[in-house]
Design a binder for this molecule. Structure first.
Ligand code: GNR
Ligand code: NI
Length: 173
């Protein structure tokens, strides 16, 4: 197991469309475990492989409550096969956008088809935070990030702020 470095915006890799996994092998299983460890280490609810620089359609999620046991989900090639017409607005964060929060309007419920870590096809019906996270992670696989839901003006303010934070950090080192 290993904690992997997270790609922080602005970074072109976050705009890439990730490639479908052809076979769920040991390499993918190791990636899934390392991604889970990285996500827990950073207190995230989800993580897409491109956030650790790997452009493959691999996602981990865990939306368990603090006082409840861990509930890790490992998803390969996830596909949203149904979206409810009911919508919800939720204030989202992203590990690739530290200290940035944005209201995003999404479907309240989704049905997602994916392969598990053994390559078996599965489906999950989700609502609440899980439904939101699934949509957020599938967006990452398609090169879409939360600031893409904001106006150009707001998006540029955030991206400039993150570039500046990176420059300040680089000059501190
Ligand atoms: O940790 C995360 N929290 C979160 C909060 C609201 C909606 C989505 C998320 S996912 C995010 C982790 C992340 O960046 N996943 O890609
Ligand atoms: Ni994210």
């Amino acid at each position: 197991m290993a904690i992997l470095p997270i790609v922080i915006a602005p970074d072109k890799r976050l705009k890439r469309r990730s490639k479908a996994v052809e076979t769920v092998d040991d390499e993918i299983r190791t990636l899934l475990s390392d991604m889970l460890e990285t996500m827990y280490d950073d207190d995230g609810l989800g993580l897409a492989a491109i956030q650790v620089g790997v452009p493959q359609r691999v996602v981990v999620i865990d939306v368990h409550e603090k006082d409840e046991p861990k509930a890790p989900l490992k998803l390969v090639n996830p596909e949203i096969i149904w979206l409810s017409s009911e919508r919800v607005i939720y204030e989202e964060g992203c590990l690739s956008f530290p200290n940035i929060f944005a209201d995003v309007d999404r479907a309240a419920e989704v049905n997602v088809r994916y392969l598990d870590e053994n390559g078996e096809a599965r489906e999950i019906m989700a609502q609440g935070t899980l439904a939101i996270c699934l949509q957020h992670e599938v967006d990452h696989l398609n090169g879409k990030v939360l600031v893409d839901y904001l106006s150009l003006v707001k998006r540029n303010i955030i991206l400039r702020k993150l570039s500046k934070a990176r420059r300040v950090q680089a000059s501190d080192e």
